[in-house]
Design a protein around this ligand. Structure first.
Ligand code: TYD
Length: 210
């Protein structure tokens, strides 16, 4: 049996990843592929416990270094306990966020050294690098509207309530990373018409992986 593929979705909070992952999973299943959906941090019992600590508002004293280690710990567990065995079995794994999120959020967002974040990523994932990473981007106008809406709602988890400047740094970080690795990343604008965005993603997945 052939090895499965690992596809990761990245983008800032509210870029529409969850909806698009659902569409892509349905599409891949229509080819009789066995699809496994995961989210980071999480996907294992240990990872879900770590997720609670990370997103808990009571963790406001958490340092950036602690935050990075916790994301990497959850990831190291997920890769070994779930992703590698799934790929071996021929499953197609789609993850809502993966190692690039640490570079974007803890590196570009929090200001930790990019090289250091990449070194820890390397320890956590080893050779389990995604076959394809879909970066969902919002137009500047959509991004501004999205930030405005979140302010009105006054909600979100500990990382989601960060400042607009933080989110802009994260967003620019993702762009820089996509430019540096054009063979792995595809950049897709997240449109209001979700079905159109889904079709753009399907076209790229067909071209590259099917
Ligand atoms: P989640 O509720 O999954 O948010 P989203 O639906 O936007 O993906 O929460 C995950 C949060 O953790 C999100 O704000 C991004 C952040 N994050 C990091 O800061 N570093 C990481 O390595 C990962 C995987 C996520």
């Amino acid at each position: 049996m052939s090895r499965g593929k690992l596809i990761t979705f990245e983008g800032i909070d509210g870029s529409g990843k969850t909806t698009q992952i659902g569409y892509l999973a349905d599409y891949l299943r229509s080819f009789d592929l066995d699809v496994l959906l995961l989210r980071e941090p999480g996907g294992t019992r240990i990872g879900e416990d770590i997720r609670r600590i990370l997103l808990d508002m009571r963790s406001h004293k958490m340092t950036s270094e602690t935050e990075l280690f916790l994301f990497e710990a959850a990831r190291a567990q997920l890769v070994r306990e779930v992703i590698r065995p799934a790929l071996e079995k021929g499953q197609w794994v789609i993850s809502d966020r993966f190692h690039d999120s640490s570079v974007a959020y803890q590196g570009y967002g929090r200001g930790l050294s990019i090289d250091l974040v990449m070194a820890l990523n390397d320890l956590a994932i080893g050779e389990t690098v995604p076959d394809l990473t879909i970066l969902l981007e919002l137009s500047p106008k959509a991004l501004a509207e999205r930030l405005e809406k979140r302010h009105g709602e006054g909600q979100g988890d500990r990382i989601d309530v960060e400042s607009d400047q933080f989110k802009e740094r994260v967003s620019r970080g993702f762009q820089t990373m996509a430019q540096a690795e054009p063979q792995r990343f595809i950049r897709i604008e997240s449109l209001d018409e979700k079905e159109r965005t889904a079709e753009l993603i399907r076209q790229q997945v067909r071209r590259i992986l099917l």
